[in-house]
Design a protein around this ligand. Structure first.
Ligand code: PGA
Length: 233
């Protein structure tokens, strides 16, 4: 299996830190067939990351990922960034529905569904984060599920706490996701790092990881990728 591992930097890294991260990543990381990496920078760093990936000829092996997108196509929405603007940076995928957006910015399933539609207009692959299966069922009712999606299960109590979820529970939920939408790619997120990831490798429905804290420091992220690569089944 090829694991998809997305570094979600959230609102954490600024230009000079990102630059060091990228240079160090290039020095330390070996492209490997069992791991595909995505990098989700803040919008202020997206151009920097894009240029680096292009200069290193890595656009085919590392995805550029958006952290968020406007629910609206274009217009008078101060502070928002539309799918057409992400598309101009050749963003491959975009996270939507992260629990931090649902809780801090009151994003509902209806808003998440609109964001998925906007992304689809530009063939940007949505990475839809859910913390419970009912959120996926709502998206099914809103008729926005499709096979090209990536679904990341991230229980709220596991995000940023150092306490990953029970692998049995993760497998159960992601298997339910596959029942609802069989061809989606399914990820787990929540306190994944080099010391916690092994328990999730080999689970049938875990096809990758959404990584917050352990992606902020490049050495931690590369250590995580190494464990995945060595234990990939
Ligand atoms: P974490 O964050 O790795 O810090 O738990 C995961 C996420 O929010 O995607």
């Amino acid at each position: 299996m090829q694991y998809y591992v997305v570094a979600n930097w959230k609102e954490n890294l600024e230009d000079d830190v990102v630059l060091d991260w990228l240079v160090e990543f290039r020095n330390r990381y070996e492209v490997h067939s069992q791991v595909k990496v995505g990098i989700a920078p803040s919008l202020t760093e997206i151009s920097l990351v894009k240029d680096y990936l292009e200069n290193w000829n890595m656009v085919n092996s590392i995805d550029l990922v958006g952290q968020n997108v406007s629910q609206f196509p274009k217009g008078r929405y101060t502070g928002e960034v539309g799918a057409f603007q992400l598309n101009a940076y050749q963003v491959n995928c975009c996270i939507v529905g992260h629990s931090e957006r649902r809780s801090n910015f009151a994003e509902t399933d209806e808003i998440v569904a609109e964001k998925v539609k906007r992304l689809r207009e530009y063939s940007i692959r949505p990475i839809v984060a859910i913390s419970k299966i009912s959120q996926l069922e709502s998206l099914a009712n809103l008729k926005v599920l499709s096979d090209d999606m990536i679904i990341a299960y991230e229980p709220i109590e596991s995000i940023g706490t150092g306490n990953p979820a029970d692998p049995v529970q993760v497998q159960k939920v992601l298997a339910q996701v596959k029942e609802i939408c069989p061809s989606v790619r399914t990820l787990y997120g929540g306190s994944v790092d080099a010391t916690t990831v092994e328990q999730f490798l080999g689970l049938e429905s875990v096809e990758g990881f959404l990584v917050g804290t352990a992606s902020e420091r490049v050495e931690k992220f590369v250590a995580l990728l190494d464990v995945i690569r060595k234990n990939a089944v």
